[in-house]
Design a protein around this ligand. Sequence first.
Ligand SMILES: [Zn+2]
Length: 516
Amino acid sequence: MPIVCLGALSLSGCAASHTPPAPSAPAPSAQPAASTTVAASGPSPAPTAPARPALSPAAASYADTARRIREASLNSNGAFEKLSYLTDRIGARLSGSAALEQAVVWAKDTLLADGHEQVVAEPVRVPHWVRGSQAATLLAPITREILVLTLGGSVATPAGGVTAELLVVSSFDELEARKAEARGKIVLFDHAMSKQGNAGTAYGEAIAYRVTGAARAAPLGAVAVLVRSLTTRSLGAPHTGSMRLLEGKAKNIPAASVSVEDAELLHRLASRGDRLKIHLTLRPQTLPDADSANVVGEIRGRELPNEVVLIGAHLDSWDVGQGAQDDGAGVVTVMQALSTLRQLGLTPRRTLRAILFTNEENGRRGAAEYVRAHQQELAQHVAAFEMDSGSGSPLGFMTDGEQPFLAEAREYAPLLEPIGAGTLIAGHAGEDVTALKPAGVPLFGVLSDLEHYFDVHHSAADTLDKVDPEHLKQAVAALATFSFIVADRPGDWRAPTPGVHSEPRRESPGAPPASL
Ligand SMILES: [Zn+2]
């Protein structure tokens, strides 16, 4: 999951005019639809059943293909089997770890075994930060262990730790108002992630405390920072994530997350007038950059093989839990979507390229390196998809902000409705594919039900047992269907830029006209 932005967080920031589906939207049925034709089940249609919109000619031309993809996806446990290996046999995969490189080898071998073309591990140098030991003890007014998770990228305390009074604030405004009290203290940011509205939006509103809390408190003379975990449902686990360091010669201070429960306990004690004292030891290390790789594999296009539609997710994860939802679910959905199309013998007009990015969590170097290494080819990237918002049931897709092609893209939504994924809204496509935005590539992100995502996100609880295999099947169906259509349809949704495209656009006789 992203450093400063996650899937749906930008639903408010990037697309204020659109209301995302309620996070508690019911999961779609896992039942495969036998046909895209809906037959009335009784003598008269149920009065509450919404009428399915008629298919446009463009969508109708893909109805049979969509049905085949859906049935194959919903009948295969391949994605969950892949995820079981990635999580139980490889496990957490932070950049620089041996496990991430095992995952690179596994992904490449699996793409080859599934029969894909152009399977390559493309080298990327990645940051290598290791957690080391971490511990906190409340010394006054009571003695109590406090569970902490060092934030990714944090500097260390001295070997013997620091002992300091605690200053508890709820916001940056409160820190500003009490900045004279911060010198020599450990600052706790107890800012609660909102339980109202869309979970991604709430995450986006609260993330600044994790990312910039230490950078704000350090110039005030604070000696360390603790941050309330970004979740609304907590069972005592702290949640980690990236933080931003001050540049140049500015002094950085160590930072860690605490559980919601401990943040509230510390806040209650402070509110009663108690002076709180904490001993904190965080011993992370930043080592020299390490070798890693993006893994790619393709179905070469049948007519325009030099034009590319990307489907991507990130192979790395945080170093706690198993990286099952963030972003193991995305990785195996991408891999299985490509394999499902290959098994069905469906070769789109353009090349469909799976990419498993390295180092999304603490650097996004994989995405940056893909853009650098493929610079000459970017003008021929017709679209890029990303899945990085957990394993909740897939509700549809987000475009990167309001896009002129959104209305036309919605014509295909009825083909995704049998799996409950017919929502197409403006939002945020994903952190990795955003690197392709300057090249004008239309971006799409899988829109997942986020209701339970932040319960486990970046914590020890992000494990395989939280993943519903049926949701994975639905996600495979949604991604395989829509990415196939985008790679196959005669037109594309890039903004028309004369002279940019290396091959003339071609239209199939009798095919629906392209809009651009
Ligand atoms: Zn992620």
